[in-house]
Design a protein around this ligand. Structure first.
Ligand code: NAD
Ligand code: IPM
Ligand code: MN
Length: 349
């Protein structure tokens, strides 16, 4: 039978709480599937750093890279914790993984499931996917500061956009559009960021010529935030850079029932490295340790993981169980573990 080597990084705050529920669901859905998940747990994150001073060693990175896939909860401590001032867990761990494992597609689907508690009075149908670039943009760390702390400080954070990097993610986005409703929206800020916006616009136009059946449009990122609230049904596939994609997907999560439902995959489509699945949300220190976190985003991340591994039946079963649970949920604030148990129960029903 098939063996899948899965690296687990529960992380900090609510990370371990939601990963525990995701694991329950993964175990249940694969119980009689002929696929065995061999799990390795990696203790990484702010808590580990405070204990040992390690962020992500070369040994840990190599060990993680030897797996078939990765499931991550969330990493990061309490914002402003002085003990983490020099650590930067986000850059040193999460972004290091995304960059080292060449996760150039950050796939973030948004769907409004019936019964989900969205904030919009008349949301209509919402079902789109954000294809967020994952290895470039302002995230690369191409910056620096001089005269720090003086009135003459200069601080730069340069957005890096390569033809190679933009083209490969744009091609992935068009492939998604071909398999969906054949509509692709580029989101950028070409009116101001003329160089970065220019390369994105040009490459989208070039690749669009190879996909005459895909309707392509463009929105400035500020206007995109309007439409995500006033007319989210207009979107099918959004392709955008690393930072715009980060911001848009928290908003997308909010309009489709809350950040506790938003799942993501950091994908290396070429298969050279393991892909990594994680909720869009962070470690939520404000509710950590209280069983108040919604594990649904982590559970839907398992569905994305299963789909990525070619286990589409198992993936669909998880999604259906979540959908059923959301439909029956009401506004009852159940503890984290109860939501996981209920979804496992629906899988087995
Ligand atoms: P956050 O996503 O952790 O929290 C924002 C708000 O959403 C909080 O009020 C939180 O309680 C709520 N929330 C988040 N997840 C929830 C869930 N599953 N159920 C219910 N409510 C939920 O963002 P933040 O507060 O800006 O960041 C906290 C820490 O997490 C920071 O250190 C940040 O850098 C880190 N972070 C990590 C990741 C990641 O590991 N992928 C992602 C985002 C932020
Ligand atoms: C996310 C997070 C990360 C990002 C941070 C924690 C580095 O906000 O996964 O959305 O900005 O990509
Ligand atoms: Mn984010």
């Amino acid at each position: 039978s098939r063996v899948v080597k899965l690296a687990l990084i529960p992380g900090d705050g609510i990370g371990p709480e939601v990963v525990a529920e995701a694991e329950k669901v993964l175990d249940a859905v694969t119980a009689d599937s002929g696929v065995t998940f061999e799990k390795t747990r990696f203790s990484l994150g702010a808590a580990r750093y405070l204990e040992t001073g390690d962020t992500l060693s070369d040994e840990d990175l190599a060990a993680i890279a030897a797996h078939d896939a990765i499931l991550l909860g969330a990493v990061g401590g309490v914002p402003g914790d002085p003990r983490l001032k020099d650590a930067n867990i986000e850059r040193g761990l999460l972004l290091k993984l995304r960059f080292a494992l060449d996760h150039y597609v950050n796939l973030r689907p948004s769907k409004l499931y019936p019964g989900a508690p969205g904030p919009l009075a008349e949301p209509g149908e919402i079902d789109f996917v954000v294809v967020r670039e994952g290895t470039e943009g302002p995230y690369v760390g191409n910056g620096g500061a001089i005269r720090v702390g003086t009135p003459h400080e200069v601080a730069n954070e340069t957005s890096v956009n390569t033809a190679y990097g933009v083209e490969r993610v744009v091609r992935f986005a068009f492939d998604q559009a071909e398999r969906r409703r054949k509509k692709l929206t580029l989101v950028h800020k070409t009116n101001v960021l003329v160089h970065a916006g220019g390369i994105w616009k040009r490459i989208v136009d070039e690749v669009a010529a190879e996909h005459p059946d895909v309707a392509v449009d463009y929105l400035h990122v500020d206007a995109a935030t309007i439409f995500l609230v006033t007319n989210p049904g207009r979107f099918d596939v959004i392709v955008t850079d690393n930072l715009f994609g980060d911001i848009l997907t928290d908003l997308a999560g909010a309009v489709t029932g809350g950040i506790g439902l938003a799942a993501s995959g950091n994908i290396n489509p070429d298969g050279a490295f393991p892909s990594m699945f994680e909720p869009v949300h962070g470690s939520a220190p404000d509710i950590a340790g209280q069983q108040k976190a919604d594990p649904t985003a982590a559970i839907l991340s398992v569905a994305l993981l299963l789909d990525h591994l070619g286990l589409s039946d198992e993936s669909a079963r998880v999604t259906r169980a979540v959908e059923d649970d959301i439909a029956a949920r009401g506004d009852s604030g159940r503890p984290t573990a109860q939501i996981g148990d209920a979804i496992v129960g629906r899988l087995q029903a």
